[in-house]
Write a protein of this length. Structure first.
Lengths: 113, 112
């Protein structure tokens, strides 16, 4: 049973435009959500996070939106750059589960120049 | 320069052989984790440890074993009981207050 789902395996965006990556979750106990970026043959690097008490968190070109009622979050990258091309993983955790992370399957983002 | 070091980067295992993947961190983190990544899938938790000399099974612990004798080290042994060991293995660590996990660069394990 996948508790965190990223339904789009891949996304292609033109340089300078907005990239929107989506993530859905099923477990209402999740209270902390993160996005990680991963290049081939490297470990994931933390990008941005959001607590369930917020609905938006912004860091430079990256903004994460959380819709608790819909159990949906999204990552917006504006403007997209070729260096953003990577796999993006959505992850969720809950204090009740010892803050263990549950990951989605990832979305491959390709930014074309 | 603090970080997490995983070694080796590539590892080959013969049938029936146990192999051990190394994970060392100098971030002074209390918690450490082992994940497995398969193509087209997210990271799945194998084992984790919140404190020295203590560890818990994750979602896919069968065929794996760990130890946590030192705060900075959390080796993972892939035993011969793991029937499908070919994967990319990632180690992570974090503080006890739930800060985002930091990851190593992974070890790719293949079967000869």
């Amino acid at each position: 049973d996948q508790q965190v789902k990223q339904n789009s395996p891949s996304l292609s965006v033109q340089e300078g435009r907005i990239s929107i990556l989506n993530c859905d979750y099923t477990n209402s106990m999740f209270d902390y959500f993160l996005w990680y970026k991963k290049y081939p043959a490297e470990g994931p690097t933390f990008l941005i996070s959001i607590s369930s008490i917020k609905d938006k968190n912004e860091d430079g070109r990256f903004t994460v939106f959380l819709n608790k009622s819909a159990k949906h979050l999204s990552l917006h990258i504006v403007p997209s750059q070729p260096g953003d091309s990577a796999v993006y993983f959505c992850a969720a955790s809950a204090i009740e589960y010892g803050n263990k992370l549950v990951f989605g399957a990832g979305t491959i983002l390709r930014v074309k120049s | 320069d603090g970080g997490i070091t995983q070694s080796p980067k590539y590892l080959f295992r013969k049938e029936g052989q146990n192999v051990t993947l190394s994970c060392e961190q100098n971030l002074n983190h209390d918690a450490m984790y082992w994940y497995r990544q398969d193509p087209g899938q997210g990271l799945r938790l194998i084992y984790y440890s919140q404190i020295v000399n203590d560890f818990q099974k994750g979602d896919i612990a069968e065929g794996y074993s760990v130890s946590r004798e030192k705060k900075e080290s959390f080796p993972l042994t892939v035993t011969s009981a793991q029937k499908n060991p070919t994967a990319f293995y990632l180690c992570a660590s974090t503080t006890r207050d739930g800060q985002p996990q930091h990851f190593g660069d992974g070890t790719r394990l293949s079967i000869l």
